[in-house]
Design a protein around this ligand. Structure first.
Ligand code: R5P
Length: 318
């Protein structure tokens, strides 16, 4: 085993989620170093690392949440600045990793955005990525260095267990979430069902059918992320049509809540919405939201990486 790194880890915080940076820093008992992002009049971002990093291992905490391009570029600039200032190793701690949904060409003349995002970050000087519940584990293959893929599912399942509805059925709102739902169903000792969803556009989805028996049961819909809320909305209506109870619990690791997501979800009889703080500020008081912080998970991962210890128990199960 390699020797533990010298000195405390240097934590550099980007602008995407300052409360999360502060919480991780508190747990690690370090003072976070700010990246001091500013904008030139033409819109370019400019960063300047506030403290010394020479010879030190740096962890840049920056989810690449909406606005995704801005946060990816800021992360790349922070990594580049650290590398040029003589940092030892630069790790990007991006609990929400944007572009992960673009992991293949579906229709033909498309880019593979996940691959490009990995290439940009690596070129900038990121040597390792720490992410939570990646939409696609293809990211681990696209990034040339190690990708530590952690999971918040055990934390979210613990929170769900505190007030699970009677007769729950764990529901994957699309085929891609089937393995995720299997993990929740196992942890919650509940049956599961899968919604067969078709995506028509970025904001529109259609349901083809449901696999599994949901009649008379209360759905617990689980997903890796909520973006526009269209997937949850379509799954809920399909479940009720199939005989499920007309109330729903929703759990997702990444609460992106873009566009009219909050209004969309407010129109559903949501009993509880359980999400993490991986992406940014929580959805606000209109929804019955419980936020589970990923700060202890990230702090523990950084602690272990810094002393070259195993992350086995923190890892996502593919
Ligand atoms: C898609 O495959 C993902 O797992 C989510 O289901 C999806 O990205 C959620 O997006 P939206 O909330 O916009 O339907």
């Amino acid at each position: 085993m390699a020797a533990p790194r010298a000195g405390a880890p240097v934590l550099v915080g980007g602008a995407a989620n300052p409360p999360l940076v502060a919480a991780v820093a508190r747990l690690l008992q370090v003072e976070p170093t700010s990246g001091q992002a500013e904008r030139f009049p033409d819109g370019e971002q400019h960063v300047d690392i506030a403290g010394p990093v020479r010879g030190r291992d740096v962890y840049v905490v920056q989810p690449t949440s909406p606005p995704v391009d801005q946060h990816v570029m800021e992360l790349a600039l922070l990594a580049d600045a650290c590398r040029r200032a003589g940092a030892g190793a630069v790790t990007a701690v991006a609990p929400y990793f944007g572009y992960a949904r673009q992991d293949r060409r579906v229709r033909g003349r498309e880019a593979i955005g996940a691959h490009l995002a990995c290439a940009v970050l690596h070129t900038a000087g990121v040597q390792r990525v720490v992410a939570v519940d990646l939409h696609s584990s293809a990211v681990a293959g696209f990034f040339p260095g190690p990708v530590e893929h952690l999971s918040a599912v055990p934390l979210l399942a613990d929170a769900l267990r505190e007030a699970l509805p009677p007769d729950p059925v764990v529901v994957a709102p699309d085929l891609g979430a089937t393995k995720l739902a299997m993990r929740y169903a196992r942890l919650l000792a509940a049956p599961m069902a899968v919604v067969h969803k078709l995506r028509m556009s970025g904001t529109e989805v259609a349901v083809q059918g449901i696999i599994g028996d949901v009649r008379g049961r209360t759905p617990v819909i689980v997903d890796d992320m909520i973006s526009t809320g269209g997937t949850i909305e379509a799954a809920f209506h399909a479940l009720v049509t199939a005989g499920a109870k007309a109330e729903v619990t929703v759990a997702a690791t990444h609460a992106l809540m873009v566009g009219t997501a909050v209004e969309r979800l407010c129109a559903l009889p949501i009993r509880r919405l359980v999400v993490t703080d991986s992406a940014g500020p929580p959805p606000g008081p209109l929804l019955p939201t419980q936020v589970v912080t990923v700060a202890p998970l990230l702090a523990e991962a950084i602690r272990r990486l810094h002393r070259n210890a195993s992350l086995a128990e923190l890892r996502a199960q593919e």
